[in-house]
Design a protein around this ligand. Structure first.
Ligand code: ATR
Length: 304
């Protein structure tokens, strides 16, 4: 039986084992999926031990996504651009070039560590799939306000641009992080001669001028909802004809969705769909099989 795991700290709350068990049952994959809590200073050891015992792949969650990027010997554009990895596997995904002959690592890796590990970030793919497939919001040509510039926002910038948004503004409480994110994304796009959607950044404290041009979609990628807090946005940004998306999720409306509804939003979604879709993208990478996310999403919603 093939073994997979999610590694984080803490990890008890993770829904990934349940999601992957449902995917495996549905697609008849002979696999086991564990939840492993790594010590805060022990990610590398935990993931190495798991691979040494025969583990085939891992999902990585807070606070280890940047360390997982460093662990991967190769990675996807999404991982490269975001500097964060949430999915690791031994070798390369099905369909890519064959592996070179394994040999002793010359890059300081320990002998016990796998020589070839591929890292990917499925967060943005999960967000885009949830928006476009589950919610039916086509991103091409739309204007998007991304609130937050931490780990959750980083993984989504490149996939949103690839989906063809016409304008993407990143705003953050600490403005330097928003500006750094946008300039890195602009550099990446220049090097790939990608199209020229408008990409800009501003301080959260300086968002009043954004109300002049309404956004089709506002995404809350901050962790403020965890403290039942709401990023300090002008209420005029909220409109009845736009989509509000909170990457957080809970049984009741999140603090951000509650606030937006109070100020006139009528079309709101939380991040439970993104959670299931990012897991499906990892499952497909590992197993080469596409799971049906709809029944899994329904089961998770019922259990919230
Ligand atoms: P995650 O991996 O969940 O993105 P993170 O990397 O710690 O976690 O980032 C948290 C994000 O939420 C940051 O953009 C943070 O803003 P700062 O960079 O200014 O810290 C944002 N955030 C958290 N609480 C917030 C609040 N009450 N209001 C506005 N932004 C908040």
């Amino acid at each position: 039986m093939d073994m997979y795991a999610v590694i984080g700290h803490p990890i008890a709350h993770s829904k990934s084992p349940k999601i992957h068990a449902m995917f495996a049952q549905q697609t008849r994959q002979d696999m086991e999926y564990l939840a492993l809590q790594a010590p805060l200073d022990g990610f590398r050891q935990t993931v190495s031990d798991f691979f040494a015992k025969g583990g085939k792949g891992v999902n990585v969650t807070v606070p280890f996504k940047e360390q997982a990027r460093a662990f991967a010997t190769e990675c996807s554009l999404e991982a490269e651009y975001s500097g964060a990895v949430n999915t690791l596997m031994i070798g390369r995904p099905a369909g890519s070039a064959s592996l070179p002959t394994p040999g002793r690592s010359a890059d300081g890796r320990r002998e016990s560590e796998p020589r070839f590990t591929y890292g990917h970030n499925t967060d943005g793919e999960g967000l885009v799939a949830d928006l476009q497939t589950n919610i039916g919001f086509r991103l091409a040509g739309q204007s998007v306000l991304l609130v937050g510039a931490g780990g959750a926002a980083k993984g989504c910038l490149h996939p949103l641009l690839e989906a063809g948004v016409s304008r993407l503004t990143v705003t953050n409480r600490s403005p330097s992080k928003a500006f750094a994110l946008v300039s890195m994304a602009a550099e990446n796009r220049k090097s790939r001669r990608a199209d020229d959607s408008v990409l800009d950044a501003c301080a959260l404290a300086d968002t009043a001028h954004l109300t002049m041009r309404p956004y089709d979609l506002i995404i809350n990628a901050t962790s403020a909802s965890l403290q039942a807090d709401v990023p300090d946005l002008p209420v005029e940004l909220v409109r009845a004809d736009q989509l509000i998306y909170d990457m957080m999720y809970s049984h009741d409306d999140t603090a951000f969705i509650t606030w937006c509804k109070r100020h006139g939003a009528t079309h709101c979604a939380d991040g439970i769909g993104m959670l299931v879709e990012q897991a499906a993208a990892a499952f497909r990478l590992w197993r080469g099989v596409v799971p049906d996310t709809a029944p899994v999403l329904e089961a998770l919603r019922k259990g919230l």
